[in-house]
Design a protein around this ligand. Structure first.
Ligand SMILES: [Zn+2]
Length: 377
Protein backbone atom coordinates (compact mmCIF):
# COMPACT_ATOMS: atom_id res chain seq x y z
CA UNK A 1 0.00 0.00 0.00
CA UNK A 2 1.15 3.49 -0.79
CA UNK A 3 2.29 5.50 2.23
CA UNK A 4 0.47 8.79 2.52
CA UNK A 5 3.05 11.53 2.05
CA UNK A 6 1.00 14.46 3.23
CA UNK A 7 -1.82 14.75 5.74
CA UNK A 8 -3.72 17.95 6.41
CA UNK A 9 -4.42 18.50 10.12
CA UNK A 10 -6.12 21.80 10.97
CA UNK A 11 -7.41 24.48 8.61
CA UNK A 12 -8.25 28.14 9.04
CA UNK A 13 -9.72 29.62 5.88
CA UNK A 14 -7.40 28.39 3.12
CA UNK A 15 -4.46 28.09 5.53
CA UNK A 16 -3.67 24.64 6.84
CA UNK A 17 -1.29 22.74 9.06
CA UNK A 18 -0.13 19.34 7.97
CA UNK A 19 2.41 16.58 8.31
CA UNK A 20 4.70 15.70 5.46
CA UNK A 21 6.34 12.26 5.45
CA UNK A 22 9.43 11.34 3.50
CA UNK A 23 11.70 8.28 3.52
CA UNK A 24 13.87 10.24 5.98
CA UNK A 25 11.51 11.65 8.62
CA UNK A 26 8.28 13.52 9.07
CA UNK A 27 7.73 17.19 9.83
CA UNK A 28 4.94 19.66 10.34
CA UNK A 29 3.88 22.21 7.77
CA UNK A 30 3.87 25.10 7.00
CA UNK A 31 7.63 24.63 7.01
CA UNK A 32 10.64 26.79 6.12
CA UNK A 33 13.64 25.05 4.51
CA UNK A 34 17.04 26.62 5.17
CA UNK A 35 18.93 26.79 1.87
CA UNK A 36 21.96 24.49 1.77
CA UNK A 37 22.81 24.83 -1.91
CA UNK A 38 26.12 22.98 -1.93
CA UNK A 39 25.31 20.62 0.96
CA UNK A 40 26.01 23.37 3.48
CA UNK A 41 23.91 26.16 4.96
CA UNK A 42 25.86 29.41 4.96
CA UNK A 43 27.59 29.87 8.35
CA UNK A 44 25.78 26.89 9.90
CA UNK A 45 26.85 23.29 10.30
CA UNK A 46 24.40 20.45 9.78
CA UNK A 47 24.41 19.97 13.55
CA UNK A 48 23.42 23.64 13.98
CA UNK A 49 20.53 23.03 11.56
CA UNK A 50 19.37 20.12 13.70
CA UNK A 51 19.76 22.19 16.88
CA UNK A 52 17.55 25.00 15.57
CA UNK A 53 14.90 22.40 14.70
CA UNK A 54 15.21 22.43 10.91
CA UNK A 55 13.79 19.03 9.95
CA UNK A 56 14.12 19.69 6.23
CA UNK A 57 16.49 21.69 4.02
CA UNK A 58 16.95 22.30 0.31
CA UNK A 59 20.08 21.64 -1.69
CA UNK A 60 20.85 22.09 -5.38
CA UNK A 61 21.34 18.91 -7.37
CA UNK A 62 22.94 20.58 -10.38
CA UNK A 63 25.61 22.33 -8.30
CA UNK A 64 26.29 19.11 -6.38
CA UNK A 65 26.60 17.26 -9.67
CA UNK A 66 29.37 19.72 -10.60
CA UNK A 67 31.03 19.52 -7.17
CA UNK A 68 31.75 17.22 -5.33
CA UNK A 69 30.42 15.29 -8.37
CA UNK A 70 28.55 12.04 -8.66
CA UNK A 71 31.61 9.85 -8.12
CA UNK A 72 31.69 11.08 -4.53
CA UNK A 73 27.92 11.14 -4.00
CA UNK A 74 27.53 7.61 -5.36
CA UNK A 75 29.82 6.42 -2.59
CA UNK A 76 28.14 8.51 0.09
CA UNK A 77 24.71 10.04 -0.38
CA UNK A 78 23.99 13.57 0.80
CA UNK A 79 22.63 12.88 4.31
CA UNK A 80 25.68 10.88 5.19
CA UNK A 81 28.07 13.19 3.34
CA UNK A 82 26.99 16.32 5.23
CA UNK A 83 25.87 14.36 8.31
CA UNK A 84 22.34 15.73 8.40
CA UNK A 85 19.45 13.63 9.69
CA UNK A 86 16.51 15.57 8.22
CA UNK A 87 14.75 15.56 4.87
CA UNK A 88 16.69 16.89 1.90
CA UNK A 89 14.77 18.58 -0.88
CA UNK A 90 16.78 19.21 -4.03
CA UNK A 91 16.25 21.79 -6.71
CA UNK A 92 16.85 20.82 -10.31
CA UNK A 93 19.05 23.58 -11.74
CA UNK A 94 16.26 25.29 -13.69
CA UNK A 95 16.65 28.40 -11.58
CA UNK A 96 20.34 28.63 -12.48
CA UNK A 97 19.13 29.79 -15.88
CA UNK A 98 18.97 33.20 -14.24
CA UNK A 99 22.67 32.99 -13.32
CA UNK A 100 25.83 33.70 -15.31
CA UNK A 101 26.69 30.00 -15.71
CA UNK A 102 23.70 29.69 -18.08
CA UNK A 103 24.82 29.32 -21.70
CA UNK A 104 21.65 28.59 -23.66
CA UNK A 105 18.62 26.42 -24.22
CA UNK A 106 17.99 23.62 -26.68
CA UNK A 107 15.21 21.13 -27.23
CA UNK A 108 17.19 18.69 -25.15
CA UNK A 109 17.74 20.77 -22.07
CA UNK A 110 19.62 23.63 -20.42
CA UNK A 111 23.25 24.27 -21.31
CA UNK A 112 25.65 25.45 -18.62
CA UNK A 113 29.30 26.18 -18.18
CA UNK A 114 30.73 25.11 -14.82
CA UNK A 115 31.83 28.11 -12.73
CA UNK A 116 34.57 25.86 -11.28
CA UNK A 117 36.47 24.72 -14.37
CA UNK A 118 34.62 26.06 -17.43
CA UNK A 119 33.47 22.56 -18.50
CA UNK A 120 30.24 22.34 -20.52
CA UNK A 121 27.13 20.51 -19.29
CA UNK A 122 23.63 19.85 -20.57
CA UNK A 123 20.94 19.25 -18.00
CA UNK A 124 17.99 17.23 -19.28
CA UNK A 125 14.86 16.28 -17.31
CA UNK A 126 15.87 12.62 -17.30
CA UNK A 127 19.44 13.29 -16.29
CA UNK A 128 18.61 15.58 -13.36
CA UNK A 129 15.99 13.18 -11.96
CA UNK A 130 18.65 10.49 -11.89
CA UNK A 131 21.20 12.85 -10.34
CA UNK A 132 18.71 13.66 -7.58
CA UNK A 133 17.90 10.01 -7.00
CA UNK A 134 21.55 8.97 -6.88
CA UNK A 135 22.59 11.68 -4.45
CA UNK A 136 19.85 10.58 -2.05
CA UNK A 137 17.32 13.39 -2.38
CA UNK A 138 14.07 12.80 -0.48
CA UNK A 139 12.06 15.35 -2.46
CA UNK A 140 13.22 16.10 -5.98
CA UNK A 141 12.06 18.83 -8.40
CA UNK A 142 11.29 18.29 -12.07
CA UNK A 143 13.33 20.40 -14.48
CA UNK A 144 11.66 23.71 -15.30
CA UNK A 145 12.30 26.69 -17.56
CA UNK A 146 11.99 29.85 -15.50
CA UNK A 147 11.28 32.99 -17.54
CA UNK A 148 12.92 36.13 -16.13
CA UNK A 149 10.80 38.99 -14.78
CA UNK A 150 9.91 41.31 -17.64
CA UNK A 151 9.51 38.49 -20.23
CA UNK A 152 6.86 39.01 -22.89
CA UNK A 153 3.78 36.82 -23.09
CA UNK A 154 5.34 34.97 -26.06
CA UNK A 155 8.58 34.30 -24.17
CA UNK A 156 6.60 33.24 -21.12
CA UNK A 157 4.49 30.83 -23.15
CA UNK A 158 7.55 29.30 -24.76
CA UNK A 159 9.20 28.69 -21.37
CA UNK A 160 5.96 27.32 -19.99
CA UNK A 161 5.48 24.86 -22.85
CA UNK A 162 9.04 23.68 -22.41
CA UNK A 163 8.46 23.26 -18.67
CA UNK A 164 5.38 21.13 -19.41
CA UNK A 165 7.19 18.95 -21.92
CA UNK A 166 9.99 18.42 -19.42
CA UNK A 167 7.47 17.66 -16.66
CA UNK A 168 6.15 14.78 -18.75
CA UNK A 169 9.65 13.46 -19.39
CA UNK A 170 10.44 13.79 -15.67
CA UNK A 171 7.39 11.77 -14.63
CA UNK A 172 8.21 9.14 -17.19
CA UNK A 173 11.69 8.69 -15.76
CA UNK A 174 10.38 8.95 -12.21
CA UNK A 175 7.87 6.15 -12.75
CA UNK A 176 10.77 3.90 -13.81
CA UNK A 177 12.78 4.79 -10.71
CA UNK A 178 9.77 4.04 -8.53
CA UNK A 179 9.38 0.65 -10.18
CA UNK A 180 13.01 0.03 -9.30
CA UNK A 181 12.21 0.79 -5.66
CA UNK A 182 13.18 4.45 -5.28
CA UNK A 183 11.56 6.10 -2.22
CA UNK A 184 12.20 9.60 -3.56
CA UNK A 185 9.24 11.95 -4.01
CA UNK A 186 8.95 14.26 -7.00
CA UNK A 187 7.40 17.71 -7.12
CA UNK A 188 6.38 19.34 -10.38
CA UNK A 189 7.13 23.05 -10.84
CA UNK A 190 4.51 25.42 -12.27
CA UNK A 191 5.75 28.41 -14.23
CA UNK A 192 3.73 30.85 -16.30
CA UNK A 193 5.49 34.11 -15.46
CA UNK A 194 3.42 37.08 -14.40
CA UNK A 195 0.35 36.65 -16.59
CA UNK A 196 -2.78 35.22 -14.98
CA UNK A 197 -3.65 33.23 -18.07
CA UNK A 198 -0.32 31.38 -18.29
CA UNK A 199 -0.01 30.92 -14.52
CA UNK A 200 -3.41 29.26 -14.40
CA UNK A 201 -2.68 27.13 -17.41
CA UNK A 202 0.63 25.94 -15.98
CA UNK A 203 -0.84 25.15 -12.54
CA UNK A 204 -3.66 23.17 -14.10
CA UNK A 205 -1.27 21.25 -16.35
CA UNK A 206 1.27 20.32 -13.66
CA UNK A 207 -1.46 19.52 -11.14
CA UNK A 208 -3.31 17.13 -13.44
CA UNK A 209 -0.35 15.55 -15.22
CA UNK A 210 -0.20 11.74 -14.97
CA UNK A 211 2.29 9.55 -16.83
CA UNK A 212 2.28 5.73 -16.53
CA UNK A 213 -0.13 6.08 -13.60
CA UNK A 214 2.32 8.36 -11.76
CA UNK A 215 1.68 11.97 -10.81
CA UNK A 216 3.61 14.53 -8.78
CA UNK A 217 3.76 14.13 -5.00
CA UNK A 218 3.58 17.88 -4.52
CA UNK A 219 3.41 21.06 -6.55
CA UNK A 220 6.01 23.82 -6.49
CA UNK A 221 5.18 27.35 -7.57
CA UNK A 222 8.31 28.57 -9.33
CA UNK A 223 9.53 31.72 -11.00
CA UNK A 224 8.39 34.18 -8.34
CA UNK A 225 10.31 36.68 -6.16
CA UNK A 226 12.74 37.31 -9.01
CA UNK A 227 12.48 41.09 -9.04
CA UNK A 228 8.74 41.72 -9.23
CA UNK A 229 6.90 43.83 -6.62
CA UNK A 230 5.44 41.95 -3.63
CA UNK A 231 1.90 42.82 -4.68
CA UNK A 232 2.31 41.12 -8.06
CA UNK A 233 3.89 38.08 -6.45
CA UNK A 234 1.00 37.78 -3.98
CA UNK A 235 -1.45 37.97 -6.85
CA UNK A 236 0.32 35.18 -8.73
CA UNK A 237 0.38 33.02 -5.58
CA UNK A 238 -3.36 33.54 -5.18
CA UNK A 239 -4.06 32.70 -8.82
CA UNK A 240 -1.94 29.52 -8.49
CA UNK A 241 -3.30 28.21 -5.18
CA UNK A 242 -6.88 28.63 -6.37
CA UNK A 243 -6.19 26.01 -9.02
CA UNK A 244 -3.93 23.54 -7.25
CA UNK A 245 -5.34 20.39 -5.60
CA UNK A 246 -5.95 20.69 -1.85
CA UNK A 247 -4.53 17.25 -1.04
CA UNK A 248 -0.98 17.85 -2.22
CA UNK A 249 1.67 20.00 -0.50
CA UNK A 250 2.20 23.38 -2.16
CA UNK A 251 5.71 24.74 -2.21
CA UNK A 252 6.41 28.40 -2.94
CA UNK A 253 10.03 28.47 -4.05
CA UNK A 254 12.45 31.22 -3.08
CA UNK A 255 10.17 33.15 -0.77
CA UNK A 256 11.42 33.90 2.76
CA UNK A 257 10.28 37.32 3.90
CA UNK A 258 8.07 36.74 6.98
CA UNK A 259 5.38 39.06 5.53
CA UNK A 260 5.35 37.18 2.20
CA UNK A 261 5.34 33.82 3.98
CA UNK A 262 2.35 34.54 6.18
CA UNK A 263 0.44 36.12 3.28
CA UNK A 264 1.03 32.97 1.22
CA UNK A 265 0.18 30.64 4.11
CA UNK A 266 -3.22 32.30 4.08
CA UNK A 267 -3.55 31.18 0.47
CA UNK A 268 -2.75 27.58 1.42
CA UNK A 269 1.02 27.35 0.82
CA UNK A 270 2.79 24.70 2.94
CA UNK A 271 6.51 24.83 2.11
CA UNK A 272 8.96 27.73 1.72
CA UNK A 273 12.70 28.20 1.21
CA UNK A 274 14.87 31.26 0.77
CA UNK A 275 18.27 32.79 1.37
CA UNK A 276 16.45 35.88 2.70
CA UNK A 277 17.19 35.34 6.45
CA UNK A 278 20.86 34.66 5.66
CA UNK A 279 21.29 37.62 3.31
CA UNK A 280 19.73 39.88 5.93
CA UNK A 281 21.92 38.52 8.71
CA UNK A 282 25.07 39.01 6.66
CA UNK A 283 24.21 42.68 6.37
CA UNK A 284 23.44 43.04 10.06
CA UNK A 285 19.67 42.97 9.64
CA UNK A 286 18.35 40.98 12.56
CA UNK A 287 14.83 39.53 12.68
CA UNK A 288 13.12 40.04 16.01
CA UNK A 289 9.61 39.61 17.36
CA UNK A 290 9.37 43.43 17.26
CA UNK A 291 10.49 43.65 13.61
CA UNK A 292 13.83 43.97 11.84
CA UNK A 293 16.73 45.84 13.44
CA UNK A 294 19.98 47.04 11.86
CA UNK A 295 22.56 45.99 14.43
CA UNK A 296 25.25 48.21 12.88
CA UNK A 297 23.43 51.39 13.91
CA UNK A 298 25.32 53.40 16.52
CA UNK A 299 22.45 53.19 18.99
CA UNK A 300 23.35 49.55 19.65
CA UNK A 301 26.88 50.37 20.78
CA UNK A 302 25.79 50.53 24.41
CA UNK A 303 22.81 48.18 24.20
CA UNK A 304 23.53 45.24 26.47
CA UNK A 305 20.26 43.41 25.79
CA UNK A 306 20.15 40.27 23.61
CA UNK A 307 19.40 40.66 19.85
CA UNK A 308 15.79 39.74 20.64
CA UNK A 309 14.84 39.70 24.34
CA UNK A 310 12.02 37.27 23.44
CA UNK A 311 14.36 34.77 21.75
CA UNK A 312 15.83 31.76 23.56
CA UNK A 313 18.40 30.85 20.91
CA UNK A 314 22.03 30.12 21.74
CA UNK A 315 23.06 33.59 20.53
CA UNK A 316 20.46 35.51 22.51
CA UNK A 317 21.27 33.51 25.63
CA UNK A 318 24.98 34.30 25.43
CA UNK A 319 25.68 37.59 23.62
CA UNK A 320 24.51 41.21 23.64
CA UNK A 321 23.58 43.63 20.90
CA UNK A 322 26.59 45.75 21.89
CA UNK A 323 28.95 42.78 21.40
CA UNK A 324 27.46 41.76 18.04
CA UNK A 325 27.47 45.42 16.95
CA UNK A 326 31.19 45.45 17.78
CA UNK A 327 31.76 42.22 15.79
CA UNK A 328 30.13 43.75 12.73
CA UNK A 329 32.07 46.99 13.10
CA UNK A 330 35.37 45.10 13.28
CA UNK A 331 34.41 42.69 10.49
CA UNK A 332 34.86 39.60 12.65
CA UNK A 333 33.64 36.39 10.92
CA UNK A 334 31.79 35.56 14.15
CA UNK A 335 29.43 38.50 13.49
CA UNK A 336 27.83 36.75 10.53
CA UNK A 337 27.85 33.35 12.22
CA UNK A 338 25.90 34.64 15.21
CA UNK A 339 23.53 36.78 13.15
CA UNK A 340 22.74 33.93 10.74
CA UNK A 341 22.20 31.47 13.60
CA UNK A 342 19.72 33.82 15.24
CA UNK A 343 17.82 34.65 12.02
CA UNK A 344 17.53 30.99 11.03
CA UNK A 345 16.37 30.12 14.54
CA UNK A 346 13.87 32.97 14.30
CA UNK A 347 12.46 31.54 11.05
CA UNK A 348 11.92 28.09 12.58
CA UNK A 349 10.10 29.63 15.58
CA UNK A 350 8.16 31.92 13.24
CA UNK A 351 6.83 28.85 11.37
CA UNK A 352 5.93 27.20 14.69
CA UNK A 353 3.96 30.30 15.63
CA UNK A 354 2.19 30.24 12.27
CA UNK A 355 1.17 26.61 12.87
CA UNK A 356 -0.10 27.47 16.34
CA UNK A 357 -1.96 30.51 15.00
CA UNK A 358 -3.70 28.32 12.39
CA UNK A 359 -4.71 25.83 15.09
CA UNK A 360 -6.01 28.58 17.34
CA UNK A 361 -7.69 30.66 14.65
CA UNK A 362 -5.33 33.60 15.31
CA UNK A 363 -3.64 33.75 11.90
CA UNK A 364 -5.29 36.98 10.77
CA UNK A 365 -4.04 38.83 13.83
CA UNK A 366 -0.54 37.42 13.43
CA UNK A 367 -0.54 38.37 9.76
CA UNK A 368 -1.50 41.96 10.45
CA UNK A 369 1.37 42.32 12.92
CA UNK A 370 3.91 40.54 10.68
CA UNK A 371 3.04 42.53 7.56
CA UNK A 372 3.42 45.77 9.52
CA UNK A 373 6.87 44.69 10.72
CA UNK A 374 8.29 43.02 7.60
CA UNK A 375 6.55 44.48 4.57
CA UNK A 376 8.77 45.20 1.55
CA UNK A 377 7.88 47.01 -1.69
ZN1 LIG B 1 18.08 34.66 19.13
Amino acid sequence: MKMKNFTIKETHGKARTGVMKTAQNEFETPVFLPVSTKAAAKYLSSKDLEKIGAKAIISNSFLLYLKPGMEVLKKQEIHEFMNYSGTVFTDCGGFQKLRSMFKGMSKKGIHFRSPYDGSKHVITPKKIINVQNTLGSNVAMSLDDCSPYGSSIEETKEAMERTHKWAKESLEEFSKLKDEGSKMQLFGICQGGFFEETRKKSCRFIDELTVNGTNFDGIAIGGLRIGEPAKLMNKMVKVSTEILTEEKPKYLMGVGNPADIITSVQEGVDVFDSIYPVENARHGNIFTTEGKIDIEKSKYQFDFKPLDPNCDCFVCQNYTRAYIHHLFKTDEPLAKMLAVYHNQYFMQRFMEKIRTAIKEGELDKMKERTVKQYKTP
